[in-house]
Design a protein around this ligand. Structure first.
Ligand SMILES: Cc1cc2nc3c(=O)[nH]c(=O)nc-3n(C[C@H](O)[C@H](O)[C@H](O)COP(=O)(O)O)c2cc1C
Length: 161
């Protein structure tokens, strides 16, 4: 599948509520055997938005600040909106965007899994060399989002250590 690799693809996913409020959060698109899926944990705006409006935009970006901002809150500025299949979706600046239609595949007490279909994609950025600091930052963001839910101090120590 163009722009996604096998395994987990860490993106910034934008979604919208039924009353038009945009949201942006880091999410992992899981690509396995040609199928793309999202596992969204309960309690997030992302989940309630996709259940209300089953579309999303996956932003491929290496902007560290965007990962930090979207892990802890939401961006102050949006790059615009784009209408796809009659749905107005919020945009951020990124190297590439994938416009996704989501359909619920399964659900459990902790999460909902969606099959995602790429309706359209666009490449805006340019290739760049791997920077290992980016991976460290993404790991720290994952720990930070877990800390917000579980309030486990050992997660803070892992970020600092
Ligand atoms: C790199 C990264 C990947 C993440 N992947 C997922 C994911 O696949 N599913 C999920 O439910 N949460 C994931 N999270 C956690 C959410 O981003 C986090 O819970 C976020 O606060 C949800 O915000 P929201 O309530 O605005 O949707 C990830 C966090 C990071 C930093």
């Amino acid at each position: 599948m163009r722009l996604l690799s096998d395994g987990i693809n860490e993106v910034i996913l934008t979604t919208v509520s039924s009353d038009g409020r945009p949201n942006a959060s880091p999410m992992g698109i899981i690509l396995k055997e040609g199928k793309a899926r999202l596992r969204v944990y309960r309690g997030s705006h992302t989940l309630s938005n996709i259940l209300e409006v089953p579309y999303a935009v996956a932003h491929i970006t290496y902007d560290p600040l965007l990962f930090v901002i979207c892990s802890l809150s939401d961006p102050e500025e949006w790059a615009g909106w784009k209408t796809v299949e009659g749905i107005n979706l919020p945009l951020l600046d990124a190297d590439a965007r994938l416009y996704l239609r989501c359909s619920e595949k399964s659900s459990s007490s902790s999460s909902v899994v969606f099959d995602v279909e790429v309706i359209e994609d666009e490449v805006l950025g340019h290739p760049r060399a791997y920077n290992r600091g980016f991976s460290v930052l993404v790991e720290a963001c994952i720990l930070a989002t877990r800390y917000r839910v579980f309030k486990d101090e050992s997660l803070v120590e892992r970020v600092m250590g």
